[in-house]
Unconditional design. Structure first.
Length: 303
């Protein structure tokens, strides 16, 4: 099995230390690509069986720290031109996109991640499952079929489980929106305390649901909306350099357009927060949105 080329040299330990600690967006694009190529190469090796599928929360930070330390030893050897004696079993690999940047990554099983701007996804594959965490932003997940190894994406205190399908998730800290591009998925909104499913639904191609946490009587409660029919092409229009809105509230639109804007849009007219936005916008062209946010302009734009 051939090893990827090493262009980092003696800078490799410093680059990988940032990469492993979730700072990949701060790296130069070529350094980040080199780190991801090496990590994908390590992922092809067979990993040791875990003694248990359950990890207690108190031990995990220690375990993760140890694995990162081992990984940096391997990276140091690689940076000096040596072949590592054994690949580490890393807790996760982080893929991220920068401001205004869309990225496409093919995982070791053939599944593909398409990341919209300012998106971060953690990936942890085991023999039993393919688990990912959408930390922020939006991503299209195109899943390679494997009935014995489910593909699970966590976001906004919920989970989307698939076997072989395609779906788009747009997430923030407490809410997520899932649009099914192809196939069928299971969606669960988890209880904040027990982390067990509080609400569940089967969602099919051409439908969208929203889930997450919202305040109810002073307490956070899980919610999951009923599936609604949508045009799947609208959800992934960002891949074509477009953002399509069908009545979303202005306050929810602003964070999306700001991922591409040269100059951030700020809501200076609080009364406009609930204004519904309709239209097709090119990514990066946000002046119409800016005008509405400042108390003027129209909320509807024809393509």
């Amino acid at each position: 099995m051939s090893r990827p080329s090493n262009r980092l040299g003696r800078r490799a330990p410093a680059v990988f230390e940032r990469y492993l600690h979730g700072e990949s967006r701060e790296l130069h694009p070529e350094d980040r690509s080199e780190a991801e190529a090496f990590w994908s190469w390590l992922d092809k090796f067979e990993r040791p069986e875990e003694a248990s599928g359950y990890r207690t929360p108190s031990r995990w930070p220690v375990l993760a720290g140890g694995l990162i330390a081992v990984a940096l030893v391997v990276v140091s050897l690689w940076g000096l031109g040596a072949r590592p004696f054994a690949p580490p079993s890393e807790p996760f690999v982080t893929y991220a996109s920068g401001h205004g940047e869309n990225r496409s990554i093919t995982l070791s099983d053939g599944s593909r991640l398409d990341l919209a701007a300012e998106t971060r996804v953690d990936v942890a594959y085991t023999a039993a499952e393919r688990r990912l965490v959408l930390r922020s932003g939006e991503a299209l997940f195109t899943v390679a079929h494997n009935a014995r190894r489910p593909f699970i994406v966590s976001a906004a205190n919920g989970e989307v489980r698939a076997i072989g399908t395609a779906f788009d998730i747009r997430a923030s800290a407490r809410t997520a929106e899932v649009t099914i591009i192809d196939g069928t998925v299971e969606v669960a909104a988890n209880d904040e305390n027990t982390r067990q499913p509080a609400k569940e639904a089967i969602v099919r191609k051409g439908n969208r649901v929203r889930f997450g946490l919202r305040t109810d009587g002073g307490r956070s409660a899980a919610y999951l909306t009923q599936p609604e029919a949508v045009d799947p092409g609208d959800a992934i229009a960002w891949k074509r350099g477009l953002l399509i809105f069908r009545g979303e509230r202005l306050e929810n639109v602003i964070p999306i357009v700001n991922r591409y804007a040269d100059r951030p849009v700020t809501l200076t007219a609080p009364d406009a927060a609930g204004t519904p936005i309709f239209g097709v916008f090119k990514t990066g062209e946000v002046e119409e949105i800016r005008a509405i946010a400042q108390g003027g302009g129209l909320s509807r734009k024809t393509p």
